[in-house]
Design a binder for this molecule. Structure first.
Ligand code: TRP
Ligand code: SF4
Length: 400
């Protein structure tokens, strides 16, 4: 199997809620057992829209890391770090800006969309225009192959692929590339060299993607290959120059089915959230006061779950038997709404209990959290530096 490296980031702009948990965090905690994972706090990205309220960002950074850890992100399996603590991201962003056509940035759909949506804020800034390029730098600097994101972010990954391609096209064409690639094949040894050639031919002659995958895996598994030779062999497979930056793929985060307290999708902007560290009392109260089917004015009025936001929560939290019970007893007015809500309250509290217990441990021990992040930053920085060394070299910036 080809080596996968997963990277994703989140902007620190407030408390995380059940929508984040069911949408993003459960996905991350699954991925961390399957692949090498890096998860980071995108504090610079938050500044692009919150440049005039940096306090919000400052307060949210550690709280967000605590929420991640509480939700099950395991620092023993995943690298957790803060973007601004790895300044190499900024350097790559700046260097990539040299080859980024303005039109590409202006055409990214989120650019105009967000400017219109957040019209109260002046987003005609250089930083905001460059948002997707900063994101590209985040991704490319780790040579990430997979980027879990929501559907709205897919154009940013597409953009990143185009930037990587352009970079490799401009800087990956060293003099004598073919000869160097041939020499690298020899270093694989007779057997593997022949296999590489065969797979390359299969891919180039008939577009056989399995052959391409197999050849990539062969290269990744090969010990003792220099970074330069590895890139030549990867690039040679597809007929281009060196693959210095890797084109990542978007992995669509399953759309969060988490409904909010009013039946719309749970989101901070709708003010319908349950945050991960809200007290059990507050949560019970929020659910008890949720709107229900407006037809049920009196306890004896029958209702229709299809018209009730509480039903959507049963869809997330209840098994078939419980849903059957809701369906029948709502329609026949055999139960009242408070009775119907109780199992949902119990389920949400049961889900959050271990999360809140873990969060309390981390919140009580800020040094522990800081150490986890500090280790993560060190690890990330080491990987980022390696890419930057090469980027500088091919861009003619490694003077000695
Ligand atoms: N733009 C992403 C969001 O708003 C956050 C982000 C920044 C990100 N850099 C990233 C996500 C790199 C994935 C990879 O959700
Ligand atoms: Fe909604 Fe349940 Fe009340 Fe029916 S009984 S209206 S499903 S809360």
């Amino acid at each position: 199997m080809a080596v996968e490296r997963v990277l994703s980031g989140m902007r620190p702009t407030g408390n995380l809620h059940l929508g984040h948990y069911h949408g993003v965090l459960k996905n991350w905690t699954r991925l961390q057992h399957e692949h090498e994972c890096l998860f980071f706090v995108a504090d610079w990205h938050a500044l692009t829209t919150h440049y005039d309220t940096p306090q919000v960002i400052e307060e949210s950074v550690w709280e967000m890391v605590i929420d991640w850890l509480a939700a099950g992100v395991d620092p023993a399996s995943a690298t957790v770090f803060i973007q601004s603590r790895v300044p190499e991201h900024a350097e790559l962003h700046m260097l990539l800006s040299m080859i980024t056509p303005l039109g590409w940035l202006e055409r990214v759909p989120t650019y105009k969309d967000q400017q219109e949506k957040l019209s109260s804020k002046d987003l005609s800034t250089y930083g905001f225009l460059g948002y997707p390029l900063l994101q590209s730098a985040d991704i490319l600097i780790y040579r990430a192959t997979q980027v879990p994101v929501g559907a709205d972010q897919v154009p940013h990954i597409e953009f990143t692929r185009e930037i990587a391609r352009r970079f490799n096209h401009i800087y990956g064409r060293e003099p004598g590339f073919e000869e160097k690639a041939e020499a690298a094949i020899k270093k694989l040894g007779n057997k593997k060299g022949a296999l590489y050639e065969e797979l390359r031919t299969r891919y180039q002659e008939s577009g056989d993607d399995d052959a391409l995958e197999a050849a990539r895996a062969l290269i990744h598994e090969q010990q003792g290959l220099s970074l330069g030779d590895r890139e030549r062999l990867l690039g040679f497979l597809e007929g281009g120059g060196k693959m210095i930056l890797i084109e990542p793929e978007a992995v669509l985060t399953p759309a969060s089915k988490m409904p909010g307290l009013d039946g719309q999708k749970m989101s901070k902007s709708y003010n319908n959230t349950i945050s991960l560290r809200e007290s059990p009392d507050a949560i019970s109260k929020k659910i008890r006061t949720m709107p229900t089917d407006p037809a049920r004015i009196r306890r004896t009025d029958p209702g229709d779950p299809a018209k009730c936001p509480v039903w959507h929560l049963h869809e997330v939290y209840s098994d078939d038997a419980k849903r059957e019970w809701v369906n029948l007893s709502c329609r026949s007015a055999a139960i009242g709404c408070i009775e119907c809500k109780q199992p949902v309250i119990d389920a949400v509290l049961a889900e959050l209990k271990p999360i809140q217990e873990r969060a309390a441990l981390y919140a009580e021990d800020p040094t522990l959290v800081k150490n986890i992040v500090s280790d993560g930053c060190d690890k990330a920085r080491r990987q980022a530096r390696e890419t930057m060394r090469e980027v500088r070299e091919v861009m003619g910036l490694s003077y000695s």
